[in-house]
Design a protein around this ligand. Structure first.
Ligand SMILES: [Zn+2]
Length: 351
């Protein structure tokens, strides 16, 4: 985890609505401007879909542009571009957003793009996050940093904005109508979001969180990142552990039988008798366990076409080899296990 402003001279901030740039990364913008970097903002939607009290809908889009202009002046943003796409419906305009962003990146040639993350809780934000991620895969020459708005981000970079906190506050307060007439509330909330990161760095301050990407990630990497490497439960595993359990029981039984036979052959009747008693006792236990396991097995057994069941044999073979590494088992035992597995993964006669 890094702290500090990622080095950049030309920064493009993508804001789905007027206000996101100030809420999400207003402090970072102010710091870049202070460092002498050039910062441009591209606002994607017209912001005209806010729910306001009756009768106040007039000129909302114009009012939000006005608020955006004031906030941009507070933060020192060099230029604001507006796409004016319909607020709340950005998912239906992905192609337009892609073209516009591609053009902007080609013209402005940023070395860093700041945008909402593809897992932001607001649908418009997530759309913009997706589009920018695709462009990051397509166009070379810049780095991407996702900022947090409505969904706290899993971050790998914290920017200490304590020194410019007051500027961020003033920028947010420019948004009267954009923030439902309650900029105080939003300021307090986002201040808290920034303050919370003090717990991560162990000193009091205000920090904007970024997910800074050096290279385009695959979808898999995005998922792994966003979910802290959460792995869904492997559907093959319970099955294979059941097979393994049954095998161990059978194997133990086989060893007992062999010992019993040997004792009988040696004519040590007393010893054989003791073994027999022992085996009978175990047999009862083993039978109960086998029955229980088989019932469980039958319940868990994936059927062809089951949603989520990993049916294909290749999958099963791979899983099998993971649970039973070849070489650790005798050949005969391995053959028997494979028979069990085949029985398990093939259709039952009734199907
Ligand atoms: Zn927004």
């Amino acid at each position: 985890m890094r702290t500090g402003l990622p080095p950049a001279r030309r920064i493009l901030v993508v804001a789905p609505h007027p206000d996101d740039e100030s809420l999400g990364c207003g402090g970072t913008i102010a710091l870049y401007v202070q460092s002498g970097a050039t910062v441009e903002v591209l606002v994607v939607s017209d912001g005209a879909a806010l729910e306001e009290p009756e009768g106040s809908h007039n000129d909302l889009a114009a009012a939000r542009v006005q608020e955006m202009t004031s906030a941009a002046a507070v933060l020192g943003i060099h230029q604001v571009h507006e796409l004016a796409l319909p607020d709340g419906h950005l998912a239906q305009h992905q192609t337009t957003i892609t073209h516009a962003l591609r053009d902007r990146i080609a013209t402005f040639q940023p070395d860093l793009v700041l945008a909402p993350s593809p897992i932001d809780g607001h649908a418009d934000h997530a759309t913009v996050g997706h589009v920018i991620l695709e462009l990051f895969r397509e166009l070379p020459g810049w780095r991407l940093a996702c900022y947090e708005v409505f969904t706290p981000l899993r971050f790998n970079c914290l920017v200490d904005i304590t020194a410019v906190l007051e500027q961020k506050e003033r920028a947010i307060r420019c948004y009267q109508r954009s923030l439902f007439g309650q900029p105080d509330l939003f300021w307090e909330a986002f201040r808290a979001l920034n303050l919370m990161k003090s717990a991560v760095v162990h000193h009091h301050g205000f920090f904007e969180a970024l997910w800074l990407l050096q290279a385009p990630p695959s979808d898999q990497e995005v998922l792994a990142w966003a979910t802290y490497n959460f792995q869904p439960r492997d559907s093959g595993h319970p099955t294979l552990w059941t097979v393994k359990e049954i095998d161990e029981v059978l194997f133990a039984l086989q060893e007992k039988t062999a010992a019993l036979t040997a004792a009988q052959q040696r004519g040590t009747l007393e010893h054989a008798n003791a073994l027999l008693q022992e085996q009978l006792h175990e047999q009862v236990e083993v039978n109960a366990r086998l029955q229980q396991t088989t019932e469980q097995w039958e319940q868990e057994r994936p059927r062809e076409g089951d949603p989520g069941s990993a049916w294909d044999q290749g999958f099963w073979r791979r899983q099998f080899e993971r649970v039973f590494p070849v070489g650790s088992l005798g050949r005969a035992r391995l053959r028997r296990l494979k028979r069990l597995l085949a029985q398990y993964t093939s259709k039952s006669p009734s199907e």
